[in-house]
Design a protein. Structure first.
Length: 508
């Protein structure tokens, strides 16, 4: 004991112990940092424990991927803490990851929210076979026939909101697109995903808009503390994640859906909306047990599954379609020749169809060209991610199990490798004769493959129908406040344009 005591009393001992501890601490904070350098893959230099995400809260995530592709090329590596992420902008590898080798990349990134009831059955949170089962059950809610039913509800909401647009055109002559379109898209989602018609939507302190904005752009994600979500051990994320995400806003919509489900329980009325269709499909979904087909889920699970998908439909649909329609009207205001061509085509179909409707928008291919070009220039997703669940190698590049692979749609859509003059708004690049020359794997506004956006067809219907309703009645044009481009504030995933003001006037 005396020898140990005398050793510990020596200053040299404490110097050695300190150096040893610092060495192991450094090794812990830099593990995996040779993952990409050993394979000759470039990327930003990581910081111990932090990785390459320092400053993420003050970066515009819609453009940072594009900047990195310009700097490092079509494949580069980054680190969230010590966890490696491979960024890909090569369409052959994108095709393999999202489609060809999908069984190696089934799951998305998942923030562990500790099994929170609100999130655990959402399609975005489910993994592996449970995801496959729910996806298979829910997908038929977006067939052509179902979309046609939704289209009637979308049109009703658009017509009702048009009266307000007429007042804006008459009294102000200019419109803040994001604010007004967000109210319209919320009314549509409330109708389709919740079966509700909301009075005074958009009024001061309106809880629907207020809480939807909290969910789509949580203030905590623009704080330096957001780094903790990426560098803390997963066992702490269930607690930490709830501090960054507005749980009271999520609970608000979850409670509405639960209440509505209880009210409908013994009501024979048919609503033809998402919750009703989803419940019918999930209830009918079966599995085989001992040679017999039995329901896949029990009554309590069905209730939670339907509620979770309806809330997800609301949140995802509100922010993304609002951004897409805002961007569309902004670009049409900036390009009057495109707007007038679209208007002429819409009016040419009035005698045949009587009014804007599902059949009419299918009869105007140029509408798809405009929509595709808008979504190329202003994709709603800052990143599309897949988690590798089996080791795989592409052209000598090894992707380990557990590695995250990320694609920046913004970088992909502005790549000169895939698009001529990508800075120019040109719907004609999507014309039938030109579209065949475009790389189908270089266009990812809704993702690709089996795990793409399940509501893609609904979103496309909503965008095209609303554009038709509004362009038919109004002319949009630049005013002094109109910026040259739509820009979004810094923060992870923010899609709330800083300024989207344009002029508006009623067509005679």
């Amino acid at each position: 004991m005396l020898e140990i005591g005398s050793i510990l009393a020596e200053p040299a001992t404490w110097v050695i112990l300190t150096i040893t501890a610092l060495f192991f601490l450094y090794r812990c904070g830099t593990k995996n940092f040779n993952t990409f350098s050993n394979q000759g893959i470039p990327g930003p230099k990581p910081i111990p424990f932090i990785g390459t995400i320092w400053g993420i809260w003050k970066q515009n995530m819609m453009t940072v991927g594009r900047e990195n592709v310009k700097k490092y090329g079509n494949m580069y590596g980054s680190f969230e803490g010590t966890q490696p992420t491979l960024h890909v902008n090569d369409t052959e590898i994108i095709k393999s990851i999202f489609i060809k080798d999908f069984d190696h990349f089934i799951n998305r990134r998942k923030f562990d929210m500790g099994g929170t009831k609100i999130f655990r059955y959402m399609l975005t949170s489910l993994e592996d076979q449970p995801w496959k089962d729910v996806r298979s059950a829910v997908s038929p809610t977006f067939t052509s026939g179902k979309i046609k039913q939704y289209s009637v509800q979308i049109k009703e909401c658009a017509d009702q909101r048009s009266d307000h647009f007429h007042k804006i055109a008459e009294n102000q002559g200019k419109i803040e697109l994001k604010e007004e379109i967000s109210i319209l898209t919320m009314s549509i989602i409330a109708k389709c995903a919740f079966g509700m018609t909301i009075d005074n939507l958009g009024a001061e302190n309106d809880p629907f808009i207020k809480k939807a904005k909290l969910i789509s752009d949580p203030p905590g994600l623009s704080s330096p503390f957001v780094l903790l979500l990426f560098i803390l051990p997963s066992r702490l994320l269930g607690w930490m994640g709830k501090k960054f995400f507005p749980m009271e806003a999520w609970q608000f919509f979850y409670d509405i859906m639960e209440t509505m489900a209880k009210e409908r329980l013994n009501n024979p009325q048919k609503y033809h909306d998402f919750p009703e269709m989803t419940r019918e499909l999930i209830t009918a979904y079966t599995k085989e047990v001992n040679g017999k087909k039995v329901p896949m889920w029990d009554g309590e699970e069905i209730d939670e599954l339907v509620t979770a998908q309806a809330v997800l439909f609301m949140v995802a649909g509100y922010s993304t379609t609002s951004y897409a329609i805002t961007s569309s009207l902004f670009l049409l205001a900036r390009h009057p020749e495109v707007q007038e061509k679209l208007y002429d085509l819409i009016m040419s179909k009035m005698d045949q169809h009587g009014d804007v409707c599902h059949e009419m928008i299918q009869d105007i291919p140029y509408l798809d060209q405009v929509m595709n070009e808008v979504m190329r220039m202003y994709p709603a997703a800052p990143a599309l991610e897949r988690m590798c669940n089996k080791d795989i190698t592409y052209n000598g590049i090894h992707i380990n199990k557990g590695m995250l692979v990320s694609v920046s749609p913004h970088a992909l859509h502005y790549s000169e490798d895939y698009y001529t003059d990508p800075e120019t708004f040109d719907p004609d690049r999507w014309s039938p004769e030109n579209k065949a020359n475009l790389n189908p794997y270089a266009f990812m506004p809704f993702g690709l493959g089996p795990r793409n956006c399940v509501a893609m067809r609904f979103a496309q219907e909503e965008v095209k129908l609303i554009l038709s309703v509004l362009v038919k009645q109004f002319r949009f044009f630049p005013v002094e406040e109109t910026p040259l481009k739509i820009t979004c504030p810094p923060g992870i995933g923010s899609m709330d344009p800083v300024n989207s003001t344009v002029g508006i006037s009623a067509r005679l």
